[in-house]
Every structure is written in structure tokens, then in C-alpha cells.
Ligand binder design. Structure first.
Ligand SMILES: Cc1cc2nc3c(=O)[nH]c(=O)nc-3n(C[C@H](O)[C@H](O)[C@H](O)COP(=O)(O)OP(=O)(O)OC[C@H]3O[C@@H](n4cnc5c(N)ncnc54)[C@H](O)[C@@H]3O)c2cc1C
Length: 391
């Protein structure tokens, strides 16, 4: 066992760190200003420009297989990259990647949807959640009924990330009502549906930077050839999409918390009350110490989840642990850092409140805290995993 990054991993970490410092952090004030003015925090043109700069530095398709022109860095490297990129709240996304489940498409679907998405010519989104079915994904109501060689889709989806911008959606609908009623998992199918086939989207205002969408399908006709994967095999695709980024949430929390903790330390050394820097007060020191302990714990949980997947092992249990702990650690740290900054922390002069709002989402999407606890405890109670198995 060797609990240190390799030279190659350190080099990647350093390159990304420099990219973040040089290209992204200087945009933070603009992002905050745009948000206050109700504009998109970063324009599509700027996003593309940044992606091309990252590409020049060798970061394109970081999770995309080499046969599709990607760098396919592996999970551990992705975790390291995510921790660095999350040291800023500028919403940068690397170019050259596509949703994991799009790779299940047939050759024609790959040509029409996967390749253009990787190339940045098309934007996708994924829609499982409905107004009556979030954590309880088995409760979806959207239907798809066969009519000739087309399927007719009716229903609503909600909270769909990228749903306002997407050119096509991968949407989960019931295709066999009886089978679905029997198990909740069977009888659902994933369809690739172009926006111009007729679905509508509406912006949902949230407390964060992201404006997800509500989608409405009213007799939207979809050709049979647009079924992704197997007919009636959509549930597992949905779970795979949701599970993909789970532990990455923990990585994001580590990046944010590291930057915030440094801000808190710097501020505590400088801010004086009653004749002394607040860094001299035990109440402040303990908040710094607790944050440092939690950051280290989250870091290793995330790296272990990533490492386990790189070994070709099932990491779902560890992914849930890393997500649950990381998301809560992020919320604890941002709260303490805001407290250490006093009134200034609450203002929009500093980015802390911005992170405070963003971090709250981590405990909700990609499976809420409660759902992660349910998964972790179920795995142990049913004996799917043993305590201490992953060392
Ligand atoms: C910004 C944002 C982006 C999103 N992006 C997408 C997307 O791209 N695609 C998509 O399909 N979905 C997306 N979602 C939906 C997200 O996955 C759901 O919001 C999430 O799964 C929770 O579902 P819910 O909001 O319906 O809450 P509910 O399921 O109604 O839960 C309400 C509360 O009850 C708790 N709870 C539920 N069941 C149990 C239980 N059995 N035991 C204990 N407690 C329980 C929950 O943890 C929560 O605290 C997004 C959501 C947000 C906010």
C-alpha cells in the first residue's frame, strides 16, 4: 500500500491547479456580478473558449475512451482533477465528454448523438425525476405507447439539469404498465428524444447557479429507432446515469472546502477583536481543526471510491459513503468559514455565500443524504458488503 500520489498524478494535479488559478479564478467576480444581474454566470462562448484552452493543456474528454478521441484518465485521476477544478465556483466543464449511458447506443445512435455530444456540437440531458417521483424512481408516471413504428410519449419531468439548453433528452418512460406495476423496475424504457420532436422546457429558479428545467411531453412522437439500450431495460440505465457522478460530488466538496478553509485561516490571522487576532481564540481554532479533519476524511473516502472502480470492482457502496460524507463535510465547512468571517461572510462581497448556496444541493441530488444512508445500511444488513471489506 502506498498512500501518496504518483509523479504523474502530481503533474496532472499541478497542471490543473495552474489552469484554475490562471483561467478560472480571475472570472469569479464576473460570475458573481452576472448572477446578481440575473444573467447566465458564464456565456456559452466563454465556456467553449475555456474548454479549448484546457484542451491545449491536454484536458479533453477526461472520462472519454481513447477510441472516441478522449484522454480516458481513469477514476482516480478524475477525482484529483475534480478536487482542483472545484477550488473555484466558476462553472467550468471540460469539453469532449458525453453521458455514460450514451455509449449503450447502437452505431447509428452513436453517430447521431454520442459523437456530436463529445464534439460539443450537441447538448444532452437526462430525465428520470418527475413531480411525483424523485427518490422513489419507481413511481414515475410518464408513458410511452406504441403507435405503428413510433412511440407516443406523455408526461412531465422536473429538475432536469441542462434541460433548458439541451438539443436532446434521454428520458425514462413506462412502456409496459403491468410489468411496471408489478415490480416498479420493469417495463420502463429510455428514449432519445430530440427537442424538435416536440417536448417543451421551462426554467426552474433555484437558490443555486444551476437553473434546471421542467419538461413537458404532450403526444411527442418518437421513432422506434430512438430507444436507447433494450426495450423495457430503461431502469438500470437510469440508475447507472444517476450513480455515475455520485462520488464526484465528494471530490467537489473537498476542492471547495480546501479553498474556503485557507480563506478562513488567512482571515482569522488578520481580523482582530478585543486586541487579538481571532486566530488566537480557541473557538476559532477548533472550527479550523474540525474542518481540516473532515476534509482529510472526505479526501480518502473519495480516492478510495475512485481507486476501487479503477480496479474493476463494484464501488457503489463506497460511492454512497463518499457522497454522503463529502456533501455533509462541504456544508459543515462552508458554514464554519462563513461564521469565522462574521458579517462579511454573509455579504456578496465575498464568494462564501455563493458556495453556501451551491453546497446545499450536494445533499439532495444524485440521491439525497437519506437515500445514501438507506443504500449503505441495506448493503450491510443484507450482507451485500462486509464492514471493512474495501482495504
Ligand atoms: C438542481 C437539481 C438538479 C437535478 N438534476 C436532475 C437531472 O438532471 N435528472 C433527473 O432525473 N433528476 C435531477 N434532479 C432530481 C433529484 O435527483 C431529486 O430532486 C432527488 O432525487 C430527490 O427527489 P425529490 O426532490 O423528489 O425529493 P423526495 O424524494 O420527495 O424526498 C423528500 C425528502 O424525503 C426524504 N426521503 C425520501 N424517501 C425516503 C425514505 N425512504 N427514507 C427516508 N427519507 C426519505 C428525502 O431524502 C428528502 O429529504 C435534480 C435536482 C435538483 C435540485
Amino acid at each position: 500500500m502506498y498512500l501518496r500520489l504518483t509523479d504523474e498524478q502530481k503533474m496532472v494535479q499541478e497542471t490543473i491547479r495552474k489552469f484554475v488559478e490562471k483561467e478560472l479564478i480571475p472570472l469569479e467576480n464576473e460570475v458573481l456580478r452576472n448572477e446578481i444581474e440575473g444573467k447566465p454566470s458564464i456565456s456559452a462562448e466563454k465556456q467553449k473558449e475555456l474548454q479549448l484552452k484546457a484542451k491545449k493543456a491536454g484536458f479533453w474528454g477526461i472520462n472519454t475512451p481513447e477510441e472516441y478521441g478522449g484522454a480516458d484518465l481513469g477514476q482516480l485521476m478524475q477525482a484529483i482533477v475534480a478536487m482542483e477544478v472545484s477550488k473555484t465556483f466558476v462553472p467550468f466543464r471540460f469539453g469532449g465528454s458525453a453521458d455514460n449511458i450514451l455509449y449503450y447506443g447502437n452505431d447509428k445512435q452513436k453517430e447521431k448523438y454520442l459523437i456530436p455530444t463529445i464534439n460539443g456540437d450537441k447538448i444532452s440531458c437526462f430525465a428520470m425525476t418527475e413531480p411525483g417521483a424523485g427518490s422513489d424512481t419507481r413511481n414515475i408516471k410518464m408513458t410511452a405507447v406504441k403507435d405503428g413504428d413510433e412511440w407516443v410519449l406523455n408526461g412531465e419531468k422536473t429538475f432536469i439539469t441542462g434541460g433548458n439548453e439541451a438539443d436532446f433528452v434521454m428520458v425514462i418512460a413506462i412502456t409496459d404498465k403491468e410489468a411496471h406495476e408489478r415490480t416498479g423496475r420493469d417495463g420502463v424504457t429510455c428514449f432519445i428524444v430530440d427537442r424538435d420532436m416536440g417536448w417543451k422546457s421551462e426554467y426552474i429558479h433555484t437558490m443555486g447557479e444551476w437553473g434546471p428545467a421542467a419538461l413537458v411531453f404532450d403526444d411527442v412522437r418518437v421513432p422506434e429507432e430512438n430507444i436507447l439500450g433494450e426495450l423495457h431495460g430503461g431502469y438500470n440505465l437510469g440508475l447507472e446515469w444517476i450513480g455515475f457522478a455520485r462520488w464526484i460530488v465528494g471530490a467537489r466538496a473537498v476542492g471547495m472546502a480546501e479553498r474556503l478553509l485557507q480563506m478562513a485561516i488567512d482571515y482569522a490571522k488578520e481580523r482582530k477583536t478585543f486586541g487579538k487576532p481571532i486566530a488566537d481564540r480557541q473557538a476559532i481554532q477548533w472550527q479550523i481543526a474540525d474542518s481540516a479533519v473532515e476534509i482529510e476524511a472526505a479526501r480518502w473516502l473519495v480516492l478510495n471510491a475512485a481507486f476501487t472502480l479503477d480496479q474493476g470492482e463494484d464501488n457503489r457502496h463506497l460511492a454512497s459513503i463518499a457522497k454522503l460524507y463529502g456533501a455533509n463535510m462541504g456544508n459543515n465547512v462552508v458554514d464554519r468559514v462563513l461564521q469565522i468571517h462574521g458579517g462579511m461572510g454573509y455579504t456578496r462581497e465575498l464568494p462564501i455565500e455563493r458556495w453556501y448556496r451551491e453546497a446545499r444541493l450536494w445533499r439532495i441530488y444524485d440521491g439525497t443524504d437519506e437515500i445514501q444512508r438507506l443504500i449503505i445500511s441495506r448493503n450491510l444488513i443484507k450482507g451485500h458488503v462486509k464492514i471493512g471489506q474495501f482495504v
